[in-house]
Design a protein around this ligand. Structure first.
Ligand code: IPE
Ligand code: IPE
Ligand code: MG
Length: 241
């Protein structure tokens, strides 16, 4: 726990969200504002991810799930998709070294079947290298779509032969990519867009949502602390009184 964070904020460390989801949006607009190519926005966005990962681990967050590439992002120009893929390879190959001592467990969630063998090998390698760590779990959502995840779960449930009448909400939970993770308490979306864009659709049923105009490459510790402080001021009723 950094001294700085305890000094400057008034979040309650005994009531932290256990699982935070982040839609890392606004890289393109951040670059445009500076007259830079969109690729530079993605590069700075990846730096932000490293900083925020270490900070959340330090705070004591159990799981951080970040949206890095959606099932819809293939619609972008091939040059941008290629750029995102090479950035991803770079991120994953450096991740163990950069996050290693920090004990973060890296998991990639999403439909990985669309990725090249090279990318899938790197994903396996990074996951293997960090699987014995005991700190925060970082789920990186790649070729992830909430609807796709639910379709996948339904297929797996049908294949498993579980009788239809025995399928309940817990069954579905167990077949999602986030199986075993605590419920998503807080979803953060920077960039000014107030939508989920197909992120954690099942899991967000009772998540608190936090939106901000800050663009992802500019997102820093104080925004994370502000989001957590706001979350702690919400009254979660879950349908009760
Ligand atoms: C988020 O930033 C990164 C990905 C979706 C991969 P964007 O690239 O969507 O940035 P904006 O929304 O165009 O500013
Ligand atoms: C959501 O951002 C996906 C990621 C951040 C990876 P988008 O930029 O793709 O979402 P839309 O198009 O604004 O809904
Ligand atoms: Mg965007």
């Amino acid at each position: 726990m950094g001294f700085w964070s305890r000094e400057k904020t008034n979040i309650d460390y005994t009531k932290l969200p256990r699982h935070i989801g982040v839609i890392m949006d606004g890289n393109g607009r951040w670059a445009k504002k500076r007259g830079l190519p969109r690729s530079m926005g993605h590069r700075y966005g990846a730096q932000t991810l490293k900083k925020i990962t270490l900070f959340c681990d330090e705070l004591g967050i159990e799981v951080l799930t970040v949206y890095a590439f959606s099932t819809e992002n293939w619609k972008r120009p091939k040059s941008e998709v290629d750029n995102l893929m090479s950035l991803l390879m770079e991120y994953l190959s450096n991740a163990e070294q950069e996050l290693g001592g920090k004990n973060v467990v890296i998991k990639i969630i999403g439909d990985l079947s669309s990725f090249s063998d090279e990318i899938r090998e790197q994903i396996n390698k990074t996951e293997k290298l960090t699987e014995k760590n005991t700190g925060m779990v970082l789920n990186i959502a790649l070729n992830y779509g909430g609807r796709d995840e639910i379709v996948n779960a339904v297929r797996a449930i049908v294949k498993s032969g579980i009788p239809a009448d025995s399928v309940n909400e817990d069954t579905v939970d167990k077949y999602l990519y986030t199986a075993g993770n605590p419920p998503v308490d807080l979803i953060i979306r920077p960039s000014g867009e107030c939508r989920l864009s197909n992120f954690l659709l099942w899991q967000c049923a009772y998540s608190e949502l936090w939106f901000s105009n800050v663009l992802w490459p500019d997102f820093d510790k104080k925004h994370m602390l502000r989001a957590i402080a706001d979350y702690q001021n919400r009254n979660r009723r879950y349908g009760g009184v």
